[in-house]
Write a protein that binds this ligand. Structure first.
Ligand code: SF4
Length: 111
């Protein structure tokens, strides 16, 4: 009787880059800088106070060639703040949107 063993160590799948800031910097250095939205637009948008600006930055990230690596790294580093990879981070987690300043209206649930 012959027993065959599946060797999973020699797969031909390409290795994914570790999602470090260094890897992101290296990958970003390999693409045309004009394709990186946070390099050609005002970088303050990615750390903006106004929710409309934050949403605009998230939209701009959608066309970025390093978006997946950027997002993976931000998740792994638990970024404290800002837009990374098309998502808004606050205290290390992704939140759906930035709240405007001030207290919520008392009748907001009815609105
Ligand atoms: S995905 Fe990352 S690198 Fe690309 S524009 Fe957004 S924040 Fe910048």
């Amino acid at each position: 009787m012959t027993i065959s063993v599946l060797n999973r160590t020699d797969t031909a799948a390409p290795k994914q880059a570790e999602p470090t800031l260094g890897a992101l910097h290296d990958r970003a250095g390999q693409v045309d800088e004009d394709l990186l939205p946070c390099r050609i637009n005002n970088p303050e948008l990615w750390f903006a106070e106004l929710p409309v600006d934050v949403e605009f930055a998230k939209t701009l990230c959608q066309d970025c060639p390093v978006q997946a690596l950027c997002l993976d790294g931000a998740l792994e580093r638990r970024e404290p703040w800002g837009v990374w990879g098309g998502e808004l981070f606050l205290q290390g987690v992704v939140i759906p949107r930035k709240r405007p300043r001030g207290r919520p209206r008392k009748d907001e649930a009815a609105a």
